[in-house]
Design a binder for this molecule. Sequence first.
Ligand code: PGA
Length: 249
Amino acid sequence: MRKALIAGNWKMNNETEKAVSLVNDLKTELKNVEDREVVVCPPFTVLKEVKKVICNSNIFLGGQNMYWEKTGAYTGEISPLMLKDAGCDYVIIGHSERRIYFGETNEFVNKKVKAAFAYNLIPIVCVGETLTQREKGDAFKVVEKQLREGLDGLKIEDFRKLVIAYEPIWAIGTGKTATPLQAEEVHKFIRELLENMFVGKSEEIRILYGGSIKPENISVLMACKNIDGGLVGGASLSADNFIKIVKFI
Ligand code: PGA
């Protein structure tokens, strides 16, 4: 049985005061939630402040990105060691905004995923197609390439802990959610592909959906067999909405 996971990706939002107030609300309202896992992924500058609030709670901390080296002359980058030091257990890797605006390739994703495991961080690996790719009938092909290259050479014991987020790019921040049918079709495809890549272990892997999740659509998405949670962007900036999403049933 896979435990549902709801992760809030705050992106480039929330300075200290807003961040602390938001997680304080989450901590209070979500304190009795046991049957699902909750993760918040704030910007780097507030990770430690957020950790202070959630350290004795059921909410986990995640980074939104990282570099794959441990230390060194990489101006502007954050290492897995630094994320651990700030109290993170998770890290988002290969988000489409990183791929589009910062040139991240599947090869980068692969190095980052391996580095995350080396430092005991669970990577939430994002994949998904653009609208043009979907309209050309290439959605499955794109997702398959992202997964085959992004997860190449992973150890089986690491693979079991992996979290995948399927985020169709046309649904991110657009208000246009994939229908449960569209999402489930790709989630099922991903699980079969993972089964094929890592023989017999895919039932343990959590595959999240991401793209305009709201309190109004979370239940129908979560009712799908292969959807194990959500990566929530915009709606995770409001305590009220994020709480409703976490308590989807
Ligand atoms: P959204 O973002 O919920 O605002 O569409 C999701 C994401 O980018 O992770």
